[in-house]
Design a protein around this ligand. Sequence first.
Ligand SMILES: [Zn+2]
Length: 330
Amino acid sequence: MQAMWVVRDVLSSKERIAAMVERAKRYGFTDLIVQVRGRGEAYYRSSIEPPAPRDPELDDPLRFLLDLLEGSGIRVHAWINTLLTWSATGLPEGHVLARHPEWSMQSDEGKSALDELLAGTLDRSRTEGAYLCPSRPEVVDYLSRVYGEVAQNYPVDGIHLDYVRYPNSRYCHCPVCKKAAADWDDFAAYRRHAVTKLTEAIRDVCKKVRPDIVYSAAVFPDPDVAAQDKGQAWQEWTQHGLLDLVFPMAYFDSPQATFDAVVRVKQVSAVPVVAGLGAYRQSPDVMRQTLRMLAALDIAGVCHFSYNTFEKTPEYLGTIYGTDSRQAGA
Ligand SMILES: [Zn+2]
């Protein structure tokens, strides 16, 4: 697999989508991981969530993209942010957190991340924004419907979860978590349980609609940090067949650090690994070296974060996937 993450801003105009598709075809990409939901707003036609702001001529970005790719053989994975749901001030009408502010995670100081965000007092070094709390059955149901709607209505090849985790160990201490966690000796284990249950529920909905859909997630590469700090027990998820593919976000400056992180993931993952690479942190020449090193590993492929770097630096893709370096692509 030669893949890239396509961040949602690209989906705001037809021109940018078309240019991205052109490059994907020219440089031999096999898979596109396309962000169709960033912060509780849809880049597709949703009956559940409000539309994300975009060029008014672009009614349905996901449909437009799929039509352009028809017959190309390039697979599309709908990339959906799961729990991180808002990170700006002022909520748009119809947003899930406007309808259900009580679904926001609360910190160990008992403060709602949404309240702090809207008041402008949220410490961004601690959390990127307001996350939904996965301990609430209503949240699990809501997110399952969001994912299910995409799997049902669009012929995507895969569903890709992101932000399926807590921001850090300070969350969540909302009333629902406090009550439920009281039955557990270990708060960290309770948090892992809550996120795992959510991941399972979403998988069940997507696989019910489309049994052959590829179910994957972007995860913190260090399995211990992921499980302990983020409540993201992805090693366990791979062992229990919850994921079909795992994408460690191995975003490092050096090829060696990237390689080492991917090796560690490969050692513990029970499903094929797609190495997530930080194109934004590596020059094209360094990335060529990274790809050359990774080619020695038995992995399912690589996924670049993100297309934005290739859009900003048009010569980047030619350097890493030009005809002379094509064999370096894992
Ligand atoms: Zn909670």
